[in-house]
Design a protein around this ligand. Structure first.
Ligand SMILES: NC(=O)c1ccc[n+]([C@@H]2O[C@H](COP(=O)([O-])OP(=O)(O)OC[C@H]3O[C@@H](n4cnc5c(N)ncnc54)[C@H](OP(=O)(O)O)[C@@H]3O)[C@@H](O)[C@H]2O)c1
Length: 281
């Protein structure tokens, strides 16, 4: 555990940052573990990113999370990067070393896999074909996590096919690109369906997909967490599929960051989840 001869500091660097639940989450864990410190929102414009990151050691920060629009640009400032961040092509966390060096990592794929395991401990990535919709930053993390866990076939389907093809090139097997027009047919023998598009998020139209072909045994997950139950998850639940929303991904990606900064691996307790759910409304 980090020494308490100084006040512990971490934060979220991005722009905007005020909407984030990360301060609530990390400050809950700091209090839970009796650690004196604070996790703060750090509103940093792109032109200030390099200076802000380089200032972290001098200010005594243990590190920070990185969010939009800095997830890719911050990588160039790091002294070292973990293989997962390199693979995903984006980072969401900085760890300040004892020598003041900056290490970049990406815990989103880990958070996604943990979110499934905490709900369904027997879940296996290699149970059958996984259909992933979307090819943005969220998809890159989810696909990396699934591939790491041994998924044998990931059918990647995006409205803009070229973006999915970029991921297939970067990741290689087991990613297979399928046309957006064929998304319903691709569900036929799927063991899992994951939505990583922004469709179904509050303020956006529902995801346009017919679930008729999807086996009832398939697990349906959506990385969106506002609303807690997207129209996709509601439709899947009504027809009898197991479902997981995106809140667990958000909560679980934070755990290894907290451990790296402060020396304790925190847990996602029912109380913590309820507090964040109440905040989301
Ligand atoms: N739970 C978590 O911790 C977590 C983490 C990351 C992201 N998320 C959520 O995941 C969602 C996506 O985030 P992101 O960072 O991956 O965003 P992104 O990089 O902007 O990607 C957006 C994705 O949505 C697709 N899309 C947008 N409008 C569409 C439409 N009308 N029809 C079909 N597809 C459409 C895009 O397809 P095109 O390529 O064709 O534009 C793209 O694949 C957001 O709701 C975000 O909040 C959650």
């Amino acid at each position: 555990m980090a020494s308490q001869d100084r006040f512990l500091l971490a934060g979220l660097m991005g722009y905007p940052v005020m909407h984030s639940r990360s301060p609530k989450l990390h400050n809950y864990w700091l209090a839970e573990h009796g650690l004196k410190g604070v996790y703060v929102p750090l509103a940093v414009h792109p032109e200030g990113l390099v200076a802000a990151l380089r200032a972290l050691p001098a200010l005594g920060f243990a590190g920070c999370n990185i969010t939009l629009p800095h997830k890719e640009a911050a990588m160039a400032v790091m002294d070292t990067l973990d293989p997962m961040a390199k693979r995903i092509g984006a980072m969401n966390c900085v760890i300040v070393g004892k020598d003041g060096s900056l290490h970049g990592c990406n815990n989103d794929g880990y958070g996604y896999i943990e979110s499934i395991r905490e709900r369904y401990p027997d879940w296996r990535a290699d149970a059958g074909p996984v259909v992933v919709l979307g090819a943005g930053g969220g998809a890159r993390a989810v696909v990396a996590g699934l591939a790491d866990q041994g998924a044998k076939e990931i059918r990647l389907i995006n409205r803009t096919r070229a973006r999915a093809e970029r991921i297939a090139i970067d990741y290689g097997a087991p990613v297979k690109v399928v046309d957006w027009a064929d998304r319903a047919a691709a569900l036929g023998d799927a063991a899992m369906l994951v939505n990583t598009t922004s469709q179904g998020m509050a303020g956006h139209p529902p995801l346009d997909i017919a679930l008729d072909n999807l086996p009832i045994s398939a697990l349906v997950s959506d990385i969106i967490y506002i609303p807690k139950e997207t129209p996709l998850l509601a439709a899947a639940r009504v027809r009898g599929n197991r479902t997981v929303n995106g809140l667990g991904m958000l909560l679980n990606q934070a755990r290894p960051a907290f451990k790296a900064w402060f020396g304790v691996l925190p847990t996602v307790s029912p109380e913590l989840r309820a507090m964040i759910e109440a905040d989301i409304g």
